[in-house]
Design a protein around this ligand. Structure first.
Ligand code: PHE
Length: 441
């Protein structure tokens, strides 16, 4: 039998046993929210782009979302057993082809092309994940990178640029906490190919560039908050650098911003591993890279309360951002249209046992919560607001495991009737039985 194929955006792919792509995901590929005029994701993109102007930074906004596992993982040094590679976390077209899980999938190719000193890549990315108001299986990231010829890293140009940035930063009175040393032998190692001075110069350029991004975004967020509420207390911005780990940078950091009482993680970054440059045939380049999630920034910038709204075609959503692309001073907080009532339904089930004869407790079949999430999303679409496990226990005699999930249904656009919610919930229950082989209780 000839294996089935799937055609996405005019390209055909062979399916195999790795294929796990539901149709609702495939159809979102064509939306391209990050380049849709006056869409909040697109506005957020252009605000960040303004800090990294062309021609120093080439802006790539149309890279195709389907990549090889080599691009998405191997080129970045992800080990073979990295959890990100599993079918429970990633959408596979087939064993060697995925929907990119991050914009870093394009780093190596863009380094190899070596067409500019730096670049930004904005794009849709795809991850199997929980369902709640801040998680959606499709979201948008921006990747940034800057490279230098090794011979130029310590020639004074970087130092000069860093001083200029520090001068700009000093005018904003932002409080930066950076308590850790620039590198740390165990926690955040210097690469053996780099001298400490090289890593420090690159790290300083990276950190100051990103602090200016934060100033740009949060100054605008504050202005919008003040316009909506003149009693909004305008306190100095606080940010902090946290040590981090990514397989393709070292040392690495996350940047957190203190916003409305909480430390909020806004981006990951680091000094690019020299192996990446070597494998991309540009061994004499050194540089930094960062990755930032656009939804999270847009949600705070516009005070958008639910990530599903970005996918709404309702003019009551979209019309609120009209004209902002041309004039960023028109940026205003989103005014929610009335919140429609929620309706929750529970579903409890016994997990399928692979063998009841296994003596004592039957072994559960491999179960991953993301499968439940996807089945619910697939059967109910965007009227699911969140899904959470409310109970779990093991039967003392049979050893079988029971789980209960609560599904919260709410449309962003209208009131759901109870009958409608029941109907959808029946579909969810049926799909759980059919696809996971569970026994409903
Ligand atoms: N790709 C990383 C993520 O999605 C972010 C990142 C990009 C980190 C570039 C370091 C450098 O989490």
């Amino acid at each position: 039998t000839s294996p089935e194929t799937i055609t996405i955006e005019g390209k055909s792919y062979q399916k195999d046993s790795w294929h796990n792509l539901p149709p609702n995901i495939t159809s979102s590929i064509s939306r391209r929210l990050h380049v849709q005029k006056d869409h909040p994701i697109s506005i957020t993109r252009s605000i960040i782009e303004s800090r990294f102007p062309s021609p120093t930074y080439a802006h790539h906004n149309t890279l195709f979302p389907i990549v090889s596992t080599y691009q998405n993982f191997d080129s970045l040094g992800f080990p073979l057993d990295h959890p990100g590679r599993s079918k429970t976390d990633t959408y596979y077209i087939n064993a060697s082809t995925v929907l990119r899980t991050h914009t870093s999938a394009h780093q190596a190719d863009t380094f190899r092309a070596n067409a500019s000193e730096g670049f930004l890549i904005s794009a849709d990315v795809y991850r199997r994940d929980a369902i709640d108001r801040s998680h959606y299986p499709v979201f948008h990231q921006m990747e940034g990178a800057r490279m230098w010829d090794r011979s130029k890293v310590l020639n004074g140009d970087i130092a000069k640029a860093v001083w200029a940035d520090m001068e700009k930063l000093s005018k904003h009175g932002m409080k930066v906490e950076d308590p850790n040393p620039p590198t740390h032998e165990e926690r955040n190692p210097l690469q053996s190919e780099h001298s400490l001075q090289e890593a420090e110069a690159i790290a300083a350029h990276l950190k100051r560039s990103l602090e200016l991004v934060v100033v740009e975004i949060f100054t605008r967020a504050k202005q919008a908050a003040l316009k909506a509420d003149p009693s909004f207390i305008d306190e100095p911005l606080r940010v902090r650098w946290i040590e981090a780990y990514f397989p393709f940078t070292s040392p690495s950091w996350e940047l957190e911003v203190f916003w409305q009482g909480d430390w909020l993680e806004v981006l990951g970054c680091g000094v690019v591993k020299q192996d990446l440059f070597k494998n991309a045939d540009v061994p004499d380049q050194l540089g930094w890279a960062f990755g930032i999630g656009l939804e999270r920034i847009a949600m705070l910038l516009f005070e958008i309360p639910d990530i599903r709204l970005f996918w709404s075609k309702d003019p009551r959503f979209l019309d609120q951002f009209k004209g902002v692309s041309e004039d960023l001073d028109k940026l205003r907080k989103f005014v929610p249209f009335s919140k429609y009532p929620a309706c929750y339904k529970d579903v409890a089930f016994w997990l399928k046992s692979s063998s009841s004869a296994a003596g004592g407790g039957g072994m559960e079949m491999e179960f991953h919560e993301n499968d439940v999430m996807e089945i619910v999303r697939d059967a109910a679409g965007d009227i699911v607001e969140d899904v959470s496990m409310t109970d779990s226990f093991v039967h003392p005699k049979t050893g079988r495991k029971s789980l209960c999930y609560r599904v919260n249904y709410r449309s962003l656009e209208r009131t759901l009737t109870n009958e409608e919610a029941n109907e959808v919930h029946e579909r969810v229950r049926g799909a759980l039985v059919e696809k996971l082989g569970v026994e409903l209780r």
